[in-house]
Design a protein. Structure first.
Length: 246
């Protein structure tokens, strides 16, 4: 395992442990399917562009996600998100591709791997409600743990990248009676160097005073072409999850 990746994961676990030491937190666990609707990549950025979606297919790919909110009922608090994502398989390139210094031929069985794990640390503050809608807003420290690879026979090449970015954070919630609720969550920022957009919509059903069942849809889009790698990708998610409050 890459040492920087290990440090990131250990730090995330430490932050999650802090949440469990509190007597006021919310934890969301979800799992489901992700579909890639576009995923164009080039290493280096001015090299041969190819599509992981065309190589590996749209999906679905299994995924899991963990979200922890500390002090969810207070005026301010913190959030941790651990969101791994990996797509891999075998397909065929449509054109000759130079990837990370190696040439890969078209029409030949080619293994591809696209990893985009991300970890988020947020601070939020409650805003004045808009009608029945409760709002939290703040900042997210976004950690990108990415790895892309191609292989043909004995030839293989991969490129690992760990990066950080600041994002805006928003969470809006509304209850519909005693059992039903809706929730919209966003981490987003766009700049000339690139963009990161993550929008989630959930419908919840309260099972009891501490547990809620959630059906979620999510849209993840972003990328950059300003550095050493060109990559723009869009993923659509559907998941089922549980929310626990203590």
């Amino acid at each position: 395992m890459h040492p920087l990746r290990l440090i990131t994961i250990v730090g995330s676990i430490g932050f999650a442990s802090l949440a469990f030491c509190q007597n006021d937190f919310r934890i969301d666990v979800e799992g489901g399917f992700a579909y890639q609707t576009r995923n164009t990549c080039s290493v280096p950025a001015d090299g041969s562009k190819f599509s992981y979606r065309d190589l590996l297919g749209r999906g679905p790919t299994n995924f899991e996600r963990l979200t922890v909110l500390i002090h969810p009922e207070n005026n301010s608090g913190y959030r941790l998100v651990i969101a791994p994502l990996a797509v891999n398989g075998t397909g065929r390139l449509s054109a000759a591709t130079n990837f990370n210094g190696l040439n890969f031929a078209p029409g030949v069985d080619t293994y591809g791997r696209y990893q985009f794990n991300n970890y988020r640390f947020s601070w939020w503050h409650k805003w004045k409600p808009i009608g029945d809608i409760k709002i939290r807003a703040g900042w997210t420290f976004f950690v990108r743990d990415a790895d892309v690879a191609l292989a043909q026979g004995p030839q293989s090449s991969s490129y690992y990248n760990l990066g950080v970015a600041p994002l805006y954070y928003l969470l809006a919630e509304r209850d519909f009676g005693d059992r039903l609720s809706a929730e919209f969550e966003a981490d987003a920022l766009a700049a000339p160097q690139g963009s990161a957009l993550d929008f989630g919509l959930a419908v919840g059903y309260k099972i009891n005073s501490t547990t809620k069942l959630k059906l979620k849809a999510r849209y993840l889009d972003g990328g950059t072409g300003a550095g050493s790698v060109y990559n723009f990708a869009t993923f659509n998610y559907i998941s089922l999850g549980l929310e626990f409050r203590i």
